[in-house]
Write a protein that binds this ligand. Structure first.
Ligand SMILES: [Zn+2]
Length: 128
């Protein structure tokens, strides 16, 4: 699986393994597994902590770039900079929440892939 495939599936908020199942059932609530391939999205306690780093990191970069751009170009009055970027730093992470989780799951699947179950796995008798 290529990185571009993983990114494409992540940005569509789809399962990183099969690309079919939806990750989210609401604005902030996720499905536990993929409808298409039974991929378990949450691999363990604290798993989605990494998505917070993704979200925070991108928000920070955008605020810093936005600040210097707006400060030195003078496109906004100086007094409006704080309120504009403050509002952005609150609203953007809320909007980006689902994409940050999706990207986190996608990168995890890319770097530590969980293989697709085979027919042989499905026919295997459960062990006691
Ligand atoms: Zn899937």
């Amino acid at each position: 699986m290529s990185l571009s495939t993983v990114l494409y599936r992540s940005l569509r908020l789809r399962c990183p393994r099969c690309g079919q199942g939806k990750l989210f059932r609401g604005r902030f609530s996720m499905h536990a597994t993929c409808d298409g391939c039974e991929y378990q999205y949450d691999r363990g306690p604290g798993y989605f902590l990494g998505s917070i780093y993704v979200n925070y990191g991108l928000t920070s970069v955008l605020v810093v770039v936005g600040y210097f751009t707006l400060f030195f170009t003078g496109w906004l009055p100086r007094g409006a900079l704080l309120w504009t970027l403050g509002g952005f730093s609150i609203l953007f992470p809320l909007w980006f929440f689902r994409y940050a989780r999706s990207l986190w799951i996608g990168f995890d699947q890319y770097f530590d892939p969980v293989p697709m179950p085979t027919d042989r796995d499905a026919k295997r008798e459960p062990t006691a």
